[in-house]
Design a protein around this ligand. Structure first.
Ligand SMILES: Nc1ncnc2c1ncn2[C@@H]1O[C@H](COP(=O)(O)OP(=O)(O)OP(=O)(O)O)[C@@H](O)[C@H]1O
Ligand SMILES: CC(=O)N[C@H]1[C@@H]2OC[C@@H](O2)[C@@H](O)[C@@H]1O[C@H](C)C(=O)O
Length: 362
């Protein structure tokens, strides 16, 4: 018997530390049946500073203040979605070392379930890491469902330009996302996080809005080439990154003026994606871009100039690029609740498909 669809609510607090996104998806855990309302709760400057100070910390460290920020922001935002039957709670990644200490998403599913009076699925990444996977990226299973929802019949790729960039190549003709050859996914490199850090340090800004600063500068090839020498880009997938794995980028542009530094960092993010595409089994028909970086016209123009297929925001196929990751964790929550896999060898490198996540029931 087919499992009945439910309205699930996903919540994502991304590596940019800007705020929490939440979105409703109606799904049976396989197909997307409908997209619902979404919302956003920005972190205040004070809250962001508390979270930033907690980056790199592990369970057992004193995380009371940061934990309170995460719980409060989620409880406030998610209370506005009483129609949700199940919640997918990603939490805030503080540290990610899949082949070292593990992966750490701050957030307490038991407390959120009690606050909302809803079952909450959380801790999506640990099981995959424990079984030898990278624990990231996890959106690819949702990208597979999105590709089928759009009616795609040939391989397409999704690119998330968040704090970190991640790429998913999808063959939508396969029956399931865990089928061999259905997905290849990995983190491409840094995207917005180091650029945000640069403009914060130099100008006191949150981000290089609309690429305004980069548009006034020139890409400095020497710095770009030194960056591309990093072994990460030639490493075959699976592979994933922590937010600050590429903080060396800031050193490479330290001597440059603000505009050239921003242009060069923007080119670093875009070129990392181009190198990533070389790992795909075949050229995608189109590259669909999600995440905040698609609002940066300089980054988008650099991508379009260096990639052979059309590069478009996911809105071109009717999806919402500001909410795709929150929707992903709604979809994944239903998969977890139904015992369906959430990662596979092609997405995290785990040896066999695994259904991650923990469920806190009310
Ligand atoms: N208009 C804009 N111009 C330039 N950059 C923008 C614009 N809007 C958003 N961004 C960038 O996008 C970032 C937010 O992206 P997003 O919300 O996708 O990241 P995230 O979800 O926190 O990260 P991740 O996917 O790595 O977890 C901002 O911090 C900023 O750098
Ligand atoms: C460990 C972690 O939180 N990784 C995030 C981060 O942000 C983007 C990229 O790095 C991706 O690997 C992942 O998030 C998305 C939602 C994912 O798992 O697909």
């Amino acid at each position: 018997m087919k499992a009945a669809p439910v309205w699930a609510l996903g919540a994502m607090s991304g590596t940019s530390l800007d705020g929490v996104d939440a979105a409703l998806v109606q799904t049976d855990g396989r197909q997307i049946l409908a997209f619902g309302e979404s919302g956003y709760r920005a972190y205040t400057g004070e809250e962001r500073a508390v979270l930033r100070a907690a980056l790199g910390r592990w369970p057992g460290d004193d995380l009371a203040a940061a934990g309170e920020v995460v719980q409060r922001a989620h409880a406030e935002l998610l209370a506005g979605f009483p129609q949700a039957e199940l919640v997918g709670f990603h939490g805030q990644t503080l540290a990610h070392e899949p082949r070292g200490r593990g992966t750490h998403q701050l957030g307490d599913g038991d407390a959120l379930a009690a606050a909302l009076g809803r079952d909450v699925v959380w801790d999506f990444r640990s099981a995959d890491v424990a079984l030898g996977g990278e624990g990231a990226p996890l959106a690819p299973f949702f990208h597979f469902a999105c590709a089928q929802w759009t009616g795609a019949t040939a391989p397409v790729a999704f690119l998330n330009l968040g704090g970190v960039g991640n790429l998913t190549w999808v063959d939508p003709t396969r029956a399931t996302p865990e089928a061999p050859g259905a997905l290849l996914a990995f983190d491409t490199g840094p995207a917005n996080a180091p650029l945000n850090d640069l403009v914060a340090e130099r100008r006191g800004w949150d981000c290089d809005r609309d690429g305004a600063l980069a548009a006034q500068g020139e890409v400095v090839d020497g710095a770009l080439e030194l960056f591309l020498d990093e072994a990460y880009f030639r490493k075959m997938p699976p592979k994933s990154l922590d937010r600050d794995d590429f903080s060396l980028m800031l050193d490479l542009v330290r001597e440059l003026d603000d505009a050239d530094a921003a242009a060069t960092m923007t080119a670093m993010a875009a070129t990392a994606v181009m190198l990533g595409l070389e790992h795909c089994p075949q050229a995608p028909e189109r590259l669909l871009v999600t995440g905040g970086g698609r609002h940066n016209p300089v980054m988008m123009a650099m991508l379009a100039a260096g990639i052979d297929c059309p590069v478009e925001p996911v809105e071109a196929v009717g999806l919402d690029g500001d909410m795709l990751e929150a929707q992903a964790f709604a979809y994944l929550a239903v998969r977890v609740a139904r015992g369906l896999p959430t990662s596979a060898p092609g997405t995290t490198g785990v040896a066999a498909p695994v259904s991650g996540g923990r469920i806190s029931r009310v």
